[in-house]
Design a protein around this ligand. Structure first.
Ligand SMILES: C[S@@+](CC[C@H](N)C(=O)[O-])C[C@H]1O[C@@H](n2cnc3c(N)ncnc32)[C@H](O)[C@@H]1O
Length: 350
């Protein structure tokens, strides 16, 4: 088994071999050796500042970065600890019923590269590849895209070891803005994947992504988008108000948040591609106390950031909920959806 780790020269400014492995406690959130300290909200992910958007080249012949004086602020970052914490719940939540139609489509495609070429967009520390690669047969080359070179490094060093049939897996990283992806950048792709990405994009960005996939004629498995519904057991009078405030927070600055899956379906439809959508909820109980507590902090924190008037009641709510969580008396379902798009000559048969 050979694993090739190729960090894109000039684009991913990470020093391999120096950082702790994913999952290590020595990783310090918000201290990015490449970009310096910045803001990370571990529970609900980062809160991007209005107007921010990284703009770097995805391809050597792609458009240049804007001049420095027009360059947007550095985007907020996701803590690797948060991505590690959610990986098991993500794996358990993923809609496995989408795998067979995906495998069928992949098997029917020409194979000029001697294996699958998979582009994982917004790969973070690479959890999608660790889950999917061992569930697909044949040699695979994963191209891991993210705007955060720190996360790309973790993704590259901890990529899946082998395909379902033992075939080799190679990886390379591409630092860049997936919102600027073109069909060109996906030329030769067998599959596009993303996990927990669509809901942090805008409608235009999801439209561009869908058009790029349709233009490249490759299937897309876009998973774990929030849909705006959570269930906490036992229920609490503040649940609905916090949910509403959290959803509004997710939609800030034009991001799709809970509208992501609907927007993606519309975008693929506009390109003549139908999609199949399946639920992929996190079901968190006493065995996932750490994740549940972290999620609660992020969920309540984002809701209060959106509606500061909620703070006194939200503080009491959080304290009670964390106590119940620690006692193993809280269950949380966080609803998500997975989406499979199958464009191409037989597009529409998803
Ligand atoms: C919620 S994390 C999910 C990470 C990973 N897919 C997972 O499931 O663990 C979202 C990821 O998308 C990346 N991301 C968000 N917007 C992006 C953009 N416009 N271009 C490139 N990467 C982006 C972030 O850096 C982060 O790694």
């Amino acid at each position: 088994m050979r694993k090739t780790t190729a960090l894109s020269a000039g684009r991913g400014s990470v020093t391999p071999g120096k950082d702790a492995a994913p999952g290590s406690d020595t990783v310090i959130p918000g201290k990015n050796p490449a970009t310096g300290p910045d803001t990370v909200i571990p529970g609900a992910g980062p809160a991007p500042r209005p107007g921010e958007r990284a703009t770097v080249r995805l391809r050597a012949d792609g458009p240049e970065e804007p001049p420095a004086e027009h360059a947007p602020e550095e985007p907020s970052r996701y803590a690797p600890e948060w991505l590690r914490l959610r990986e098991t719940a993500d794996a358990a939540a993923r809609a496995t019923e989408l795998l067979d139609p995906l495998r069928t489509r992949i098997a029917g495609r020409p194979d000029p590269h001697g294996g699958l070429v998979v582009h994982d967009l917004g790969c973070g520390t690479g959890s999608m590849g660790r889950w999917l690669a061992p569930r697909l047969d044949g040699a695979q080359h994963w191209i891991l895209h993210d705007r955060d070179p720190y996360l790309l490094h973790f993704a590259a060093v901890a990529a899946a070891g082998a395909a379902a049939d033992g075939s080799r897996i190679t990886v390379e990283t591409r630092r860049g803005d997936v919102a600027r992806l073109t069909p060109d950048a996906l030329a030769g792709a067998s599959l596009v994947t993303a996990s927990a990405l669509l809901d942090v994009l805008t409608r235009d960005e999801v439209g561009a992504l869908a058009a790029a996939c349709a233009g490249a004629g490759c299937p897309a498995l876009l998973t774990l988008s929030v849909v705006g519904r959570v269930e906490l057991t036992p229920a609490h009078p503040l649940d609905a108000e916090l949910t509403e405030a959290f959803n509004a927070h997710q939609r800030r600055s034009g991001l799709l948040g809970p509208d992501a899956v609907t927007a993606a379906c519309e975008a693929f439809a506009a390109s003549g591609v139908t999609v199949r959508v399946c639920p992929s909820p996190w079901r968190l109980g006493p065995d996932q106390r750490e994740l549940t507590a972290q999620w609660l902090r992020g969920w309540v924190g984002a809701a209060v950031e959106q509606r500061p008037g909620l703070r006194p009641r939200a503080d009491r709510f959080l304290a009670e909920r964390l106590e119940a969580c620690a006692a193993g008396e809280l269950r949380v379902t966080v609803h998500h959806s997975d989406l499979l798009a199958l464009p191409g000559p037989t597009g529409g048969d998803a």
